[in-house]
Design a protein around this ligand. Sequence first.
Ligand code: HAM
Length: 421
Amino acid sequence: MSEDASPRKELAAVKGTRDILPGEVEKWQALERLARETFESYGYRELRAPIFEVTELFEKGTGSTSDIVTKEMYTFTDKGGRSLTLRPEYTPSVVRAIVEHRLDLQPEPMRYYYMGPMFRYDKPQKGRYRQFHQVDIEVFGEKDAALDAEIIEMADALLRKLGVNGTETLVNSVGCRACRPAYSAALREAAGKRRSELCPDCQRKAETNPLRIFDCKVEACRAVAAAFPLIQDFLCAECKDHFAKLLGLLALYRLPYHVDPRLVRGLDYYTKTTFEIVSSHLGAQNAILGGGRYDDMMKDFGGPDICGIGFAMGIERALAAAEIALPARRALYLAALGEEAGKAGLELARFFRASGVECLVEFKDRGMKAHFGRANKLKAAWVLIVGEDELKKGRFGLKDMATGGQVDGTREELLEFLRKN
Ligand code: HAM
């Protein structure tokens, strides 16, 4: 610490990263708990993969023409000379884990969820960080569009539990390997005609993967892209049927949606369904969650030909839009008077803590008044008074800090009382 007690600038948290402090962290815990409960009620199991992977996994999975791979990865060479990358997203890691552990031998569909940090070297702004956190779900082995609808319904259910309102669900189909080449060719042709109006990045994308032009944030490029042909006119019969079934089921769930034919999402792996849920409360970075189907990734990784679908929700963004009511903390402050009572107090604290009561013990020898001052500062709900007299009788006074009321009883009676209150 420097003299003015602010941290030295060079030791401050890295740009685009944040500390999540007590006071805020309780909301994270509540979100994580609600996500877990929701996913498990749909049959999902948690799968935890490492934070870094070989770089090639993301080049192959996320895609070599995506902005994430071309511009945003935290890639480094380790002491063994391997190129490693801090995961920018979770999907390729799950697919790798399934292939590696032959989880595909389990009954289908396989449903997994995960929560943790992701890393992207993007320009930090409100709602966009370099270390951010995702809640992610992935399902494998179910081709039916009923699953696409179910995961959108599940995402919606989670957002309702989080008290997120004012959202819009955007859906699209980006076709498959059978129908997309014709669409890409049409886009390439359209982009070629207006090449000079596109930014240098999009001029390059027009050659490598014209679909990626839709990801560009430059206003002039967006205006050009608005006149591009639409994917819906190029979908093959299978993709068309799949999309129609999805929309029918969303209607059945009474989930309002908006078809956005330019929703290609920034990742190269999507096939058929893509979707996002956006919030009107979040400003520029308004996507709370996004996902889609990726039926070729596992096969492309050298694994079995098993289709996949999933979505990831940004925790920071979900919390910015959420209304989570937290239960008040109700801590018990143990006020021991004198040395003997101090020792007995340690055992009493152990008793209450074993039953799940949050118990604050003061190690310093203090008088009654100082104890109450301290309990007030720590915002304790109750003060348990332990003096020589109390010890002799085995009965203690418990004071309610909000009302000033007091009850007396044995430790068992007081525990019962705390449980009821
Ligand atoms: P994504 O759209 O790149 O998809 O990210 C999903 C969500 O993560 C976004 O909607 C947003 O809420 C949050 N997010 C992304 N980047 C940032 C950032 N820099 N700062 C804060 N929040 C951010 C994926 O990652 C895919 N893996 C989703 C998926 C799963 N598709 C299939 N399965």
